[in-house]
Design a protein around this ligand. Structure first.
Ligand code: ADP
Ligand code: TMP
Ligand code: ASP
Length: 237
């Protein structure tokens, strides 16, 4: 069997149901647009477990997502979507490319969350774009963009509050959305939510508990993911 798609961190497989896919979390990690590569034992399991719990919580809070069910430790069944080629990033504190672009020091709290968009293109390195680019590139309509912004801010409010209960500061994160293959009028949250695509800092110590540990060679990458999973489980119970 061959996957329908093999990405940097996941594989997508067909299922017997034409409207769903099996999403397999791999142990591979990449950074800087795939320039830096590694593999971590248990990464697939940890991200699947964290993402599954978070998607369950978001669904309960009324956020429509692609999530159907967890199949096993490294696989979930998801509704098949046509992914919008726009990545939605929400920032609560300065970090990462925001600091690079502006020269601002890391860790400054914003007065309001920043929502930004990037063009999902590995070749171009996911460049920053804005609503006008998105309209002219035909990536999404202004109405769709209003919906993405509103959904991203709702997800931010839910996750900020939830991670605070876990003793974690939600610095920033990336979301992907897609149109249901079974009903293209409906846009749902897709892909994953895990320490690969979020920055999470320990509230007390400020320690980084996310993929920056890999990006910056800080060590104990999976120990941090394991700790995040433990806290997520504890606070959902
Ligand atoms: P990348 O493509 O960036 O290397 P991944 O390794 O995470 O990323 O691969 C997963 C791919 O599947 C991504 O391109 C993502 O946009 C896409 N995807 C996520 N959820 C769904 C879904 N429900 N239906 C179809 N595609 C999806
Ligand atoms: P950035 O500061 O590098 O732009 O990243 C912002 C957030 O988005 C951070 O939590 C990591 C996440 N992210 C991804 O999930 N995928 C990506 O390709 C990039 C660049 C960032
Ligand atoms: N996800 C991107 C990559 O795999 C960038 C990153 O997360 O740092 O290269």
């Amino acid at each position: 069997m061959t996957p329908l798609y093999e990405g940097k961190a996941k594989r997508m497989w067909a299922t017997e149901n034409p409207d769903t896919l099996r999403m397999e979390f791999k142990n591979d990690a990449t950074a800087f647009n795939g320039e830096k590569k590694a593999s971590f034992e248990n990464k697939g399991r940890l991200n699947n477990a964290i993402s599954t719990l978070i998607y369950g919580m978001l669904e309960k809070e009324g956020v429509p997502t692609h999530f159907v069910r967890q199949i096993d430790e490294t696989n979930v069944e998801v509704k098949k979507v046509d992914i919008l080629m726009v990545e939605v990033i929400v920032r609560n504190y300065s970090a990462g490319s925001f600091c690079k672009r502006t020269g601002m020091e890391e860790g400054r709290k914003f007065s309001q969350p920043i929502v930004e968009f990037s063009y999902k293109s590995d070749e171009l390195g996911d460049p920053l774009i804005n609503d006008d680019y998105i309209r002219e590139m035909g990536l999404a309509s202004p109405e769709d963009m209003a919906h993405l912004r509103k959904s991203a801010l709702k997800v931010n409010a839910i996750l900020t509050d939830f991670f605070a209960r876990c003793g974690l500061k939600l610095i920033d994160f990336k979301l992907e959305f897609g149109r249901l293959a079974s009903n293209p009028e409906v846009i749902v949250l897709a892909d994953e939510i895990s320490p690969d695509g979020c920055r999470l800092w320990d509230l007390k110590t400020g320690e980084k508990m996310d993929k920056d540990r890999f990006r910056r060679d800080l060590g104990n990458v999976m120990e941090a993911y394991e700790e995040v999973l433990g806290r997520v489980k504890e606070n959902l119970a």
